[in-house]
Design a protein around this ligand. Sequence first.
Ligand SMILES: Cc1cc2nc3c(=O)[nH]c(=O)nc-3n(C[C@H](O)[C@H](O)[C@H](O)COP(=O)(O)O)c2cc1C
Length: 196
Amino acid sequence: MAQHLLLYASRDGQTEKIAHVIASELKQCGQTVECLSLEEGTAHFNLDQYDSILIGSPIRYGHHLPEVFDFIRQHETFLNQHPSGFFSVNLTARKPEKNRPETNSYLQKFLGKITWKPGMTGVMAGSLLYSRYRWFDRVMIQLIMKITGGNTDTSKDIEYTDWDAVQQFARKYSEYLKECTVSSDGSVRRSKPVDA
Ligand SMILES: Cc1cc2nc3c(=O)[nH]c(=O)nc-3n(C[C@H](O)[C@H](O)[C@H](O)COP(=O)(O)O)c2cc1C
């Protein structure tokens, strides 16, 4: 039976929460999946035991987390020779016009910087957790929220994540996995395209 890996990085827990919801939905779809944090490092698992990989990262100050970039650079060949996906978690995606891979500039810039071509991509709204931020981050996020027309009331935490959309992404990823085949030359093919 195929073994799938879901690897995530997270600072305040939202990407972790999203990753676990995706993993649980993938299991509902009949997939065998292991959900692991990149924070624990990569020494505790063997990438070669997996048939596919899905990676999730939040955005902080305009960038996906550095450990995600490092992992992608180190495992580029594996990533390009297996069915794979990537999802980005950010606050910009709270806006409906910026919550798709084609319309989210963080994801577009990210794809332009890496040589990995994920077979499927997704963008999810994260959470605004003023109560957890350090003073500097709280002030900066409040400023970003002011500029972008978001919530500036630091007494309120808001979870913008659309859980139906997260589950839908997981179901589409499961369809994608079922449609993928890996050729003897390592290239990944799929029978029909899937829109995230
Ligand atoms: C210090 C900091 C910087 C952030 N910078 C951005 C940003 O540049 N753009 C954005 O859309 N969201 C930004 N966010 C929002 C996070 O992407 C969002 O809160 C996400 O849910 C965090 O995921 P995590 O809980 O897995 O760390 C920032 C959040 C923090 C705390």
